[in-house]
Write a protein that binds this ligand. Structure first.
Ligand code: 1HE
Length: 273
């Protein structure tokens, strides 16, 4: 994956003190990098907590985030060296810690785009599935080796991955160790965009800048209401949709954007090139 060509600079304050995440910003876009390449960005307890810390402490003015992994792989999943000595009770708390951190990412204040390359396996796939959009490079491969390791997903994979791929594909991945390549992953719904090698970050930054230009309340409605409505009975979903839509429309940012279109100051919807 190529280095970013954007003018990103390290953030100051608390987020500059994290040890396994590097956090940079360029205008309204935050870039966080899993920075444990020697261990293929395997997620240990520190890294889980640091991910949570970022989304609890987003710097002022941030409106979208990009998450990527340093080195040859996005993420090798759970740090297996921390599992062997765990009791059952510790295992439950460990999994709940991942849930808290990943919920903070999914239901935090800004949309998140993940850039995938190399291994996106186990907890790495659970993390990717928690982001709001996924951009994959051709080197990406997706696996759920939990079945082979004698464990089960614990980082929200059973909830989030089937919502992308369907239960049947995840069952296959876990029972047989089936690995999907980038093209298969795109067809299975694991990525939203499949780009050329080394193009993932640039694509994600471009998407993040577009997202950041939307009205914040509109983005918030998308990230908060859509996944909840998807879980509701249709009648309740429609009711929540009406409330959310009225709240978003009532915001001055929405009124201004609608006026801009009607008075020919805003762009039309055009076919993508
Ligand atoms: C690790 C881990 C890890 C690498 N925990 N240390 N995840 C897995 O079962 C995936 C296990 N990892 C792999 O299959 C491979 O490492 C990769 C395909 C990701 C990368 O291969 P490669 O050849 O580039 O690297 P490597 O030589 O295998 O690993 C380099 C180092 O990273 C090595 O340590 P070293 O001290 O010997 O240099 C590896 O031990 C270490 N490493 N992956 C700990 N995962 C909340 S529940 C979630 C449940 C799960 O995620 S289960 C799936 C776990």
């Amino acid at each position: 994956m190529n280095a970013s060509t954007e003018a990103f600079a390290p953030v100051a304050g608390l987020l500059s003190q994290l040890t396994l995440l590097r956090v940079d910003a360029a205008g309204p876009v935050l870039h966080l990098r899993l920075s444990r390449p020697a261990k293929r960005n395997a997620i240990n307890n520190t890294l889980v907590r640091e991910i949570q810390t970022v989304f609890v402490n987003l710097p002022e003015g941030i409106r979208a985030a990009v998450i990527s992994g340093e080195g040859e792989h996005f993420c090798a999943g759970l740090d297996l060296s921390e599992v062997t000595e765990q009791s059952v009770a510790e295992g439950i708390l460990h999994s709940r810690g991942w849930h808290a951190a990943f919920d903070q990412l999914q239901y935090g204040p800004v949309p998140v785009v993940a850039v995938l390359h190399g291994a996106v396996v186990g907890g790495g796939l659970e993390l990717a599935a928690t982001a709001h959009l996924r951009v994959a490079e051709p080197s990406t491969f997706y696996g759920l080796p939990e079945g082979q390791r004698g464990i089960f997903v614990g980082g929200s994979g059973s909830v989030r991955i089937p919502r992308l791929t369907g239960v049947a594909r995840m069952t296959d991945m876990m029972l047989t160790g089936r690995v999907f390549d980038a093209t298969e992953g795109q067809a299975a719904g694991l990525s939203n965009y499949l780009v050329g090698e080394g193009e993932g970050l640039a694509k994600a930054f471009a998407l993040a800048r577009k997202i950041a230009a939307n009205a914040p309340l509109s983005n918030y409605a998308v990230t908060q209401a859509l996944p909840r409505v998807a879980e509701m009975a249709p009648a309740e979903g429609l009711f929540l949709e009406s409330l959310m839509s009225a709240i978003a429309q009532g915001d001055e940012a929405a009124k201004q954007r609608v006026r801009d279109f009607l008075e020919k100051r805003a762009g039309k919807v055009r076919k993508s090139t």
